[in-house]
Structure formats: structure tokens, C-alpha cells
Design a protein. Sequence first.
Length: 558
Amino acid sequence: MPSVSVPRRVWLIAGAVAGTAVVAYGAAALAVAGKVPKGTTVAGLDVGGLSRAQAQTKLAAAHRELRGTLPVKVGESAESLDLARSGLGLDAEATTGQFSGFSLNPARVVTHVTGGRAHEALPRAPFAALDTALRPLAADVLEPATEAGVAFKAGKAKLVEGAPGLRLAPDATSVLRSSWLGPAHPVTLPTAPLAPKITRETAEQALETVAEKAVSGPLTLAVGSHETVLAPAAFTKALSMTPDAQGDLQLAVDGEVLRDAILKQDPEIGTAPKDATFKLQGGRPVVVPGVNGVTIDPKSLSASVVPALTGPERKASVETAVEEPELSTAEARKLGVKERISTFSTILTADSKRTENLRIAARTVNGTVVLPGETFSLNGVLGKRTPEKGYNEAPAILGGRLIKDYGGGVSQMATTIFNNVFFSGLQDVYHKPHSFYISRYPEGREATVNYPTVDMKWRNDSKYAVLIQANVTDTVNVSFWSTKVWKVTATKGDRTNQRAPKTIYDDKDGCVAQAANPGFDVTVTRTMRRVSNPGDVRKQTWKTTYIAEDKVVCGPQP
């Protein structure tokens, strides 16, 4: 084909047209360089139609208004995010550079005609940082799914329906990144249902194939030559269906719960261990050795019962195990119960019923061992004073008046014990003096008790055990045996703020006459010197306020 010669003039005209077009396009790009396309948003904030400078100002203002934290709503919970820690920050100039400024890219020019789009704020939040910041919110909103399963109760097995829970939706991070600058605050983060891992179908299959078979009849247990039979109602508390690694429900037996059920039904199978303790022999404390018990081994019990409950014979052989006492003989010998560290006696009244109450209390307290760190409670040891325990009605104080009450007089045991606490240097946890002063007790060093409201407590803050010896002769006597740590002396101040009693006439049934005594304040100080280091001296002060003991005359006023 013959070549066509284009005149030079034509080429010049075409070049001129093209150059004009380029110049025109460049002029158009330059004209829109400082403007933001309409419809443009940044992290949810509309900046369309503004100049680049105006957009930067608006973005910066929105960021400042948040004051470093972003309010969010997750479900019904209102929370807040720390912007810096979650990586949500703003570089206004870099952000507007995404959609404004001079560019020869045709897409940039076209958006000014067709409209802008949504952009994220720069610098972009690293996903890891934002995900980490959202974890506490995810934990707060989390409502665990209710797993389908099988429950055992009263000898029966039944299906447990599952139910979905609630969690933070997977797109919560992207929602936050696209809307955190506004205008809607708080930002609502989406949630999603959390499906149970164990389905109803899995639970139904476990119920039909395993659970119902496990409770289909009695269970026979052979312990050596001894056999005992448990009805389903007696052993279902020990049963459960638990998921394995594949999510299938398997029968499990709590060996300790089942052991207790067996021993409850047939106590002869096991014998309880006995702790080592102490007693006085020949005027000295000696260790009474502990005794091992015999029990059923819970691990082997569980292992043998699971196949028995699903097998044809429903019978399991059970191994026994030695049950050691909590306090062994060797441990007791290391507890330092070797000498009397305190002793105190208080005078009895002529009331025989009151004395009998104190004899019962002394027998109950005698031989009590308080281990290091333990707290002794007199109410805890004696319990409620009742006629069934042998306690009599005897005088007691209520509201500043003498009344008759079961166990009246037991406060004398509290006073005698408290003085041992005082002179042994042990820690007084709580004691309450009588409301008015009783002359047979030392001023400011006495205590009352009333079950269950008023107690006398002390703590063994030494590293040695304390053996309590208590008895009633012609006095109430209590001694503490341990290792002496402190040498204790007592000082008492003068009576102050004395108050005069008045006379009360009472013709009601049950009136108890009482003599008049003045009320007063008194302070007692305990000075303790460490036996191993006499330079270690400690002091403790108690201030006691006694009301006046009114004179009560049983009868009408003359």
C-alpha cells in the first residue's frame, strides 16, 4: 500500500490541539486541588465540599472534642476507649491528602464530578492495637452460651437445653475504624450470637446411650469382702456428663462425692482418722498419738464405677486407702507444748446451779488445742447453752439488770480465759467487759459472753500450739500450756469519772435483787517483754467504762 504523506501543517495543528488539552486538564486538576469532593467522609465525619484547610480544621476539632477517649456502646453497656492506647489517632494533613491536593491522576479529578467516598483517619490504627483495646469490652459484653447437656438429679437423668450467648461481632473493629470521628457518639459496636459448642443432638445422644443407662438400676460396690448397694438416688449427685476433646459427652464420676455417699449409707466400711492431741500426765503435757483412718480411694472408685454403670453387671470392686489425720504425731511433737505459760483462777459464788454451769463449760473447754494462727471463740467451743446440755438457769446481766438465763455464770469462764490470754501475751481479738463492775473479777480485766451476740475471741499469734486446761474446784481455774514467749506484767490506773447508782423497785415476776455499786472508768496496761530478747518491750492499753450497778429491790416501792 503506498504511503500517505501528511502535510507538516496538519501535524502542527494536531500538536497544538493536544497541547491545549493537556494544559486544560492540568488547569482543571489545579483548580480542584484545594477542594474536597462532595460526599467525602473521614471515619464517619462529613468533610465534603470544604476546602482542604477547612476539612483539616473540622477533623482536628472533632478529634479534640473527644478529649482522648471515645464513648462506645456495646449492647446495653456504655463504655469508653482510650484513643492513644487503641491506636486511633489523626494526622489531618495526611488524611486530607488522600482526597485533595494537586494530582494528575484522572480518578482524583473525576471524583469532583461524581462525588467522594468514605475514608479512614490517618495514621491508621494497627489492627492488633485496636483488637487489644477491644478485648476488655468483648469480655464485658460476653454472655457465655448455655451448653446443651445432661443433668442428674434424684436418681434420674434429663436433657438440658442449650441457648446461644452474646459476643462482640467480628466486624466491630472495622465499624469503629470507619465511624469513630463522628458525628454519632457513642459509637454503637455490633454484637453477634455465640453458639453453644455442644448441640442438642449431641446431648440427646448422650442421654439415650449413656446417661439413662447409668441410672437404670442400683449399683453394687464390693469393698474387700463387704458389699453395699446404692440406689440411683444415692449416687446421682456424683454423676455428670462432661465434654471430651472432640466435644462428645462422656460419663464422669466424682469419686469424693460418691465415697461420702457410700460411707453415709454404710459407715462400717471406713473409720475416721484421729488427730494427734495433747494431755496432761504427771503434771506435764504429753502428745497423744494420732491414728490413721481407713477410707475409700476416690480415684480408683471413680475409675471402677464408670464402666460398671454402663456395663451389664452394675458392680464395681473398690479399693480402700489410708486416711491420715490432719495433725500427725510428728507434727504435734514440733508444736512446742511443753510448759505452763499462764494460769488464772476466779472466785465462785454460792449459787450451786451457776457453779454447775461452769463445770459443764470447763469440761467442754478442757483439752482444747489452738494451733498457730487459729482463733479461739468461746461461743464456738461451747455453742448455745441449753437445758439439753445440762445448763441451768442462773443470774446473768441484761441491760444493766440481773436476770435468770440458761448458762448464767459462763461469763466467769470468759473472764478466766481472758486473763490467761492477757498474761501469756497472746492476741486479744475481741472481748467485752460486763456492763457494771463485779468485785470478784480484776478491774478492767474481765469479759462477758452471750450466745450468739457477744463472744470472747483470741488468736494464737505465736508459732507454738496452745493447750487449754480448765477445771472447777472451789475456784474456776484455767491454764495455758505452750512455749513461753512473753513475760507479762499488768498495771491499773485509778478509778475516774465515778457515777452513783440509784434504787429501783420491781414487783414483776422474775425480778432478781441486786446490790448497789458505783460506776467508773479504769485503764489497764499490759507490758510484754520477750523472753528471748528482754529489750523487745511492747505495751497495750485497755480502757473500760462501767455503768453504775443500781440497787434493785424486788417488791413495790414503799
